[in-house]
Design a protein around this ligand. Structure first.
Ligand SMILES: Cc1ncc(COP(=O)(O)O)c(C=O)c1O
Ligand SMILES: N[C@@H](CCOP(=O)(O)O)C(=O)O
Length: 464
């Protein structure tokens, strides 16, 4: 299996090189040259597999020929042994046709752990095989950072630098990033918002001398392996609800579009998905884009679902590539427009192709609060604010198939917002009970690419 860039001007890579590359050298995002296919009979044969065994089955086509089968299976099993629920990603029924897919049973209580625990082990394996080191960079609006730090802490072949927007993440998210005692971890608090952090990350990848000089690698969902790992829970939940004999729909709280793009990938691979609904908060650029065809940046609003406070939704580029019949020139035109003027207009045929697969809706902060309160009152289930945006959008989505809402974070990551909405204060699990007493260690920098570059050059052991 080879991987190609959405911008059509970077080398095709095998899995291991794509894994280490992060962003393609032409500024695009890698994705598989062709989608692996599972027949209905093959999907039926997946019923009853444990989550790690299912992950091996679903992901093998992407890594075959690049990572030896037994090694891959061992890495996958180790990754999911870090989860505190035997099902890894359990499905909980809210009422007769509404389900919540709990993705927060990993070490940092967010869906990011599902991919990050695997990614870190895969990178470690490839770097050890090659006798190399790498500099890992990531931008976060709160959850990616904690999950990446947890997964990479103490790994000898990597130094990790996480850029987070100062004052715009929840106190729990911040402490998860800043309380690591590992010497290879660097939490950097930057002025500005998540988009500013993400832009710096992309600028560093696009500076080829710097990128090569520090062996830069990325852990955001611009890295194909992140999205790849997230495909598995679409399979696990759909299988529990009767796939392939019955179709399933999903509503996904969306920011950078990595999670929902994994759902799209599952569908391309043969999983019967009727509908994919994008849920946004007040930062509703995706909902506006699907409705009008104009992807237009406005200022970022700080909300009670901070991890979705995003305007530059990176993986939307992967969808534009797919929906344009894999036309790199069209995608490059859109991305140039976004860089130059903060907007682009999606061509009618491409927009139609997107609308055939996706719908989108938004939940304001007041609507999110009301949803948390109502669901607690009617079912006894406590939602986090990100998941609540999706429950609200799911309630407005018409489809035949049962609806699965992705629960992307544990409510205890956002105790103030959840308490304000519901009157109930969610507690951290016992094993994380001392988190807020742990010592913080982080560096504050201005949102300036040169300062970040200097900091990394001084602290990365991969710098040549
Ligand atoms: C809790 C939570 N929900 C939803 C999202 C949005 O996911 P994605 O960026 O993959 O669209 C994020 C951040 O990515 C998140 O941390
Ligand atoms: N919401 C994310 C933003 C980064 O998304 P990613 O999936 O591309 O890493 C976060 O919590 O950091």
């Amino acid at each position: 299996m080879n991987f190609i860039s959405t911008r059509g001007n970077a080398p095709r890579l095998g899995f291991r090189d794509a894994l280490l590359a992060g962003l393609a050298r032409d500024g695009g995002l890698y994705l598989p040259e062709t989608w692996p296919q599972f027949s209905a009979a093959e999907i039926k044969a997946m019923r009853g597999l444990s989550y790690p065994d299912l992950a091996v089955r679903v992901l093998t086509p992407f890594v075959e020929g690049e990572i030896e089968a037994e090694t891959f299976s061992q890495i996958v099993h180790e990754a999911y042994a870090t989860f505190r629920h035997p099902a890894v990603c359990p499905l909980v029924q809210l009422d007769h046709d509404r389900f919540v897919l709990e993705l927060f049973h990993g070490p940092t209580l967010a869906f990011k752990d599902v991919a990050m625990q695997l990614l870190a082990r895969l990178m470690d394996h490839v770097l050890a095989e090659r006798g190399e080191r790498a500099t890992i960079i990531g931008a976060t609006s709160g959850d990616t950072g904690g999950a990446a730090i947890e997964a990479f802490a103490g790994r000898d072949r990597t130094d990790i630098f996480i850029l987070f927007p100062d004052g715009r993440v929840s106190p729990v998210q911040q402490r998860q990033m800043t309380s690591s005692t590992a010497s290879n971890v660097h939490a950097l608090a930057l002025g500005g918002n998540f988009d500013d952090c993400q832009t710096i990350v992309k600028d560093l990848f696009n500076d080829h001398a710097f990128r090569d000089g520090v062996a830069l690698s990325g852990v955001n969902s611009i890295n194909w392996a992140r999205v790849m790992a997230q495909i598995v829970y679409y399979f696990s939940s759909a299988l529990s609800l009767g796939a392939p004999d019955r179709a399933v729909s999903f509503t996904v709280p969306t920011g950078n579009f990595g999670d929902i793009f994994a759902g799209y990938a599952a569908k391309r691979m043969g999983l019967p998905i009727e509908h994919l609904a994008i849920a946004t908060n007040d930062n509703d650029i995706l909902a506006r884009a699907l409705s009008s065809g104009a992807y237009e940046m406005r200022g970022v609003t700080a909300t009670t679902s901070p991890s979705m406070d995003i305007q530059i939704s990176s993986n939307f580029e992967r969808l534009l590539f797919e929906a344009s019949n894999r036309n790199p020139a069209e995608v490059t035109g859109y991305m140039n427009g976004l860089k130059q003027s903060g907007s682009f207009t999606i061509a009618p045929a491409t927009l139609e192709a997107i609308r055939a697969e996706f719908s989108a809706g938004r939940a304001s902060m007041a609507e999110t609060d009301r949803t948390i309160e109502e669901v607690l009152a009617s079912t006894g289930y406590l939602l986090d604010p990100h998941t609540a945006t999706a429950v609200k959008v799911a309630s407005e989505t018409t489809c035949e198939a049962p609806m699965v809402v992705l629960a992307t974070a544990h409510p205890a990551k956002f105790p103030d917002a959840v308490q304000a909405a519901s009157g109930r204060r969610p507690e951290l699990p016992v094993w994380l009970g001392d988190l807020m007493d742990r010592q913080e260690r982080f560096t504050t920098l201005s949102s300036d690419v040169k300062m970040v570059k200097d900091y990394i050059t001084r602290h990365s052991r991969a710098a040549r």
